[in-house]
Design a protein. Structure first.
Length: 548
């Protein structure tokens, strides 16, 4: 059996007590996975850290206490208080687990009670408390021995490594890795030139951030309120009102994303089917000659909102929320690297784990696992163990860990990924708490995906980045301000200004040519190339002190 020092558990939220509680919740979830509904209980917890609701509505509860030695009288009282709270707060509780990082000794010393004897006496007392309420409560002990047995199981290998190897995959390790990758991107990522774009919502969806859940739920609520309002104007169609209200009741529950914890996914197909039935009911009602013109208008508005609701439920964002791979493509220079790096940078600032890998660093034509683990991350364990640790981190931070590989077409990617991409996607499917972002230049997409299986294609959500399209004005404002140029006196309508690379080259060209504003009569791309080259020539000549 493995041997660990419980006093070396990695602190969580600055506390080893909190870390032990979190570990117990994670082990409890795994031990009874698939048997019922698991729920963590936030403080004040009412006597339990977590509960499992079984199909018959009975409850199992867990109480974790980070007591590393035999209990003092105060600690026995602490456990008893928690047990009494749990009896009072959870009437269906039938099994109660007391979890501590210590075993019950039983040395048979004359005149002294052993830990095991004290435990048995307290259990008898606690069972009497439950029997006084007409209940039969089983009380189980999870001590160091029982916990080590669980941690020894292959499915808990990541938990063992994460909680008891503080130097590996720490918060600072993730930040340093991403800092190096972002630095390597150079001018492809300049935080000061960031423009807020709607496409960023896809990244929030994949990460299942609290912000995304709130924003998406608001959008759903707005449509549901619209439908309810139109329904309130229809007085004389009782059966119709009843049918639509039944669908609304279901949607109100299922479309509250704050209820979607851990790996729970939105039942897209179920919801679309229910909405289709509601639309059919609306259409059948309209087809009846007896309804009034006013009712018909209100029902048509209900149909419009139901179709919009369908579109939002079946959107890219919700498929990513449910765990699809985010496949980001686009032309050269539209800012794919910037978009990914900015999200990873923000994730790191929020102390959330993520990994940014660069396609240019994949220099071999096979074995992507070896290239990631040994060449790029310089870790000694294998890829599967790495994913297992990331899974534990994601469960702990309550948001997905993100792995992003930017520019699959770079390095040896055109030879590597066609044969390896299926394996990467398949392995990640076993870890729904890990989100995967892949980016590729659109001209290389057919090469990279030529061997992609039907199964892999089904779990990919393709998102195309169009740069600053429809946001050119904000982009010009930001870029000109960054380079210290005044804004043009007339709007820049050239389509090229939607491309970040183009806009950056324009500003560099003005700077290198010693200009402090955009020349009048600017003619677009051809003039930009000429101006940029001329500016570089002038810069080199100045450095060499020679004529151009």
């Amino acid at each position: 059996m493995i041997n660990i020092n419980w006093q070396e558990i990695r602190p969580y939220q600055g506390s080893q007590n909190t870390a032990f509680e979190e570990l117990i919740c994670q082990l409890a979830r795994v031990e009874f996975e698939g048997q019922g509904k698991f729920t963590r209980i936030a403080a004040p917890d009412g006597g339990v850290e977590a509960i499992y609701e079984m199909p018959d509505t009975t409850l199992y509860g867990w109480q974790a206490k980070y007591f590393v030695n035999s209990f003092t009288s105060n600690q026995w009282s602490d456990i008893e208080d928690s047990l009494i709270d749990s009896l009072n707060n959870y009437p269906n509780l039938i099994k109660y687990y007391v979890c501590v990082p210590v075993d019950r000794n039983n040395p048979f010393m004359e005149g002294r009670k052993s830990f095991l004897q004290k435990w048995n006496e307290h259990v008898a007392k606690w069972k009497n408390l439950s029997e006084a309420q007409g209940r039969n409560l089983e009380i189980e002990f999870w001590g160091s021995y029982e916990l080590l047995l669980m941690l020894s199981k292959p499915e808990n290998a990541g938990k063992l490594s994460f909680w008891f190897s503080q130097k590996e995959l720490s918060e600072s390790w993730f930040k340093n890795q991403n800092r190096k990758s972002i630095a390597t991107l150079g001018k492809r990522y300049t935080p000061e030139l960031n423009i807020e774009l709607p496409i960023a919502m896809n990244f929030e969806a994949l990460a299942r951030t609290t912000w995304f859940k709130q924003e998406c739920s608001k959008n759903f609520d707005k449509l549901l309120v619209n439908i309810l309002q139109e329904l309130s104007y229809i007085y004389d169609l009782t059966d119709f009102n009843k049918k639509i209200n039944q669908v609304l009741d279901l949607l109100r529950i299922r479309l509250n994303l704050s209820n979607y914890h851990d790996t729970k996914t939105l039942p897209i197909e179920l919801l679309l089917t229910e909405i289709d039935l509601a639309i059919k009911s609306c259409q059948e009602t309209i087809s009846e000659n007896s309804i009034s013109h006013s009712n018909e208008e209100h029902i048509e508005k209900i149909i419009d909102n139901l179709y919009e609701l369908k579109a939002q439920i079946n959107s890219d964002e919700i498929h990513l929320f449910n765990g699809n791979v985010l496949w980001l493509n686009g032309e050269a220079g539209v800012g794919k690297s910037h978009l990914i790096a900015d999200f990873i940078n923000g994730y790191s600032k929020d102390s959330l784990a993520s990994i940014l890998l660069l396609g240019q660093d994949f220099i071999e034509k096979s074995n992507f696992e070896h290239q990631i683990m040994n060449r790029q991350l310089e870790l000694t364990f294998d890829f599967q163990h790495f994913l297992s640790i990331l899974d534990t981190i994601a469960e702990t931070q309550r948001q997905r860990v993100i792995i992003a590989i930017d520019a699959l077409n770079e390095g040896a990617g055109k030879e590597l990924w066609p044969s390896q991409l299926n394996s990467l996607i398949t392995q990640l499917r076993d870890y729904p708490r890990i989100g995967l972002i892949l980016s590729v230049r659109n001209t290389y997409q057919s090469i990279i995906t030529k061997e992609l299986s039907k199964v892999s294609r089904q779990v990919i959500t393709e998102v195309t980045h169009y740069g600053f399209e429809n946001h050119e004005f904000e982009a010009v404002q930001t870029y000109f301000a960054y380079y210290g140029f005044p804004l043009p006196t007339v709007p820049l309508l050239n389509s090229e200004f939607s491309n970040p690379l183009y806009l950056g080259l324009l500003c560099e060209s003005l700077k290198n040519n010693g200009l402090d504003e955009l020349p009048k009569g600017y003619q677009g791309f051809n003039q930009l190339v000429f101006s940029y080259v001329k500016g570089i020539q002038r810069k080199i000549s100045d450095e060499l002190d020679e004529d151009e």
